[in-house]
Design a protein around this ligand. Structure first.
Ligand SMILES: [Zn+2]
Length: 233
């Protein structure tokens, strides 16, 4: 894993918490407490065709939203630890239903080449790497496999509606044939909004014969209340 510095931030700013801008950065105990408790299931309406269960650490709001924005768009790479740990909780929630919960392969969704360049790195891969380390420490045999690649050129999804997103994403990811041999595939991403990106990733894996057991994200724009019946397919 590569380690990056945070050249755009002054020392004082780097010590601030990304969630509340108070002391105790990059992620203070108070903000960490706002995402405690069990992981949630994403609540996507409508549920995209073929998309398996999506577990989220928490809802995309408050300090967690601030931290994700700081990490993705403002280069606060020091948040990879807390946000990657948050992703690990979502992955662990999926493993309860897995056939072989001790063997897992995290597959980061492929960012568009433009967005990876603009952000000076692949933040989802960074989060997957941290989540894998956290889970390995708990005895799970987990690896990260970068088997999804951008396919044809696509535009950033920001500002697009549901139909436009789907059209933009069609054919936008390709899976390596090696994906077919991976055990316990879990798609990972930072955020789920409509689920169209995860659905496209699922289709790309399906074309090479790989079926993810689910998807795990740090945050979902909408989550089911705890204890709600799992998604209908
Ligand atoms: Zn804070």
């Amino acid at each position: 894993m590569t380690f990056r510095t945070e050249p755009v931030l002054g020392l004082a700013a780097a010590r601030r918490c990304a969630g509340c801008r108070g002391p105790g950065g990059p992620w203070c105990r108070g903000c960490a407490a706002t995402v405690a408790g069990p992981a949630a299931d994403a609540d996507l309406r409508p549920w995209p065709d073929g998309l398996p269960r999506v577990a989220a650490r928490s809802v995309y709001a408050g300090p967690l939203r601030e931290a994700l924005v700081a990490f993705k768009d403002h280069g606060r790479w020091s948040l990879r630890g807390p946000l990657g740990s948050a992703l690990a909780v979502a992955v662990a929630a999926l493993l309860v239903d897995a056939d072989d919960p001790a063997r897992v392969t995290l597959v980061p969704v492929a960012g568009s080449p433009g967005s990876v360049r603009a952000r000076d790195g692949d933040h989802v891969r960074e989060l997957a790497g941290v989540a894998a380390r956290v889970l390995r420490d708990r005895g799970v045999d987990v690896r990260v496999a970068t088997v999804l690649r951008p396919g044809r050129r696509r535009h950033d999804q920001v500002g697009l509606g549901r139909e436009a997103r789907a059209a933009n994403l069609r054919g936008s990811m390709r899976a390596s044939p090696a994906a077919a041999g991976l055990a316990g595939v879990v798609l990972v991403d930072d955020l789920v909004t409509t689920g169209s990106t995860l659905a496209e990733a699922t289709r790309a894996l399906g074309r090479v014969g790989a079926v993810p057991i689910g998807a795990a994200v740090v945050a979902a724009t909408r989550t089911r209340p705890p204890g709600a019946v799992a998604r209908s397919r």
